[in-house]
Design a binder for this molecule. Sequence first.
Ligand code: GA4
Length: 328
Amino acid sequence: MVVLSQPIVDNLAQFKTCKPAPDIFSGIPVVDLSDPNAKARVVEACREFGFFKLINHGVSMELFNLLEAEAVKFFKLPQQEKEKSGPPNPFGYGNKRIGPNGDVGWVEYLLFSTTNSHNPNPIFPGIPQTLWCLVNEYVSAVRNMGCEVLEMIADELQMGAKDALSRLIRDENSDSCFRLNHYPPCPELQALSGRNLIGFGEHTDPQIISVLRSNNTSGLQICLKDGSWVSVPSDHTSFYINVGDSLQVMSNGRFRSVKHRVLADSLKSRVSMIYFGGPGLSEKIRPLSSVMEDGEESLYKEFTWSEYKKSAYKSRLGDNRLSLFEKS
Ligand code: GA4
């Protein structure tokens, strides 16, 4: 029997769509690391948006470019070759399927654990040594930058110890990961009668802080406090930082873990790289006493990162994962 392949437009039916993207939003806070007021700007952005753009960050463009080129090379390999590094369990190569619970998106990716990233090999096969070396070099640069941001927050919020937050991701047992995403162009998008195809569905990041960089293709959107979605301008020279669920808890809800998603483009490939800075598995996640005012109650039940992670991997991408840990 000859099995004819389904028309592509039919296959698109399995992906979520959304209304056309609004115009690029010009209100995303921009923090210049060389600005003497940077600390206050970071804290303000974390409260208002849970998201900001970082400029003058000091990470070499050359490293960006080299890693991006290696990633593009990998994603251009024949599908069969790429599959040798998958399925993601949770680390490895993934195509269209996101996480273990049935979420899909118009995206392929490589997900790496960065714990013990001094290891000579990733924990799954098929990754070229050059790519793995660049991942390690890049991760160590963005981790340092993430630590710098967390130290600015600790200082601005007068946490006493400058490393109250940064030590969690600097720790050698920190449970951090790194993701290379490729959103292929989708020329059949026109057939969706003006709707947009979701590349990576709406979600918040479970960790403390995420550091994102992409090529010059837009697609990222964030959800504002009022529930509206806005498009983030692409800028391959800058980083975007977002607050994760754990930092929302540690700030007792002062900082917002920002809901975000990525839309596919009909003509251009989007490549992004994200470092997710998470604490060690046994680390307790609870509001830091130094941020609490006299008599202030914790909004959350205390949990360990390991408990939160277990619960996250049972959830669907778009679930409100923190709601299980909120005090009623
Ligand atoms: C969202 C943030 C990171 O990309 C990620 C994702 C993870 C995965 O892709 O394996 C998850 C998702 C993310 C949260 C809920 C679970 C786990 C997919 C999923 C449905 C790597 C992470 O740490 O959590």
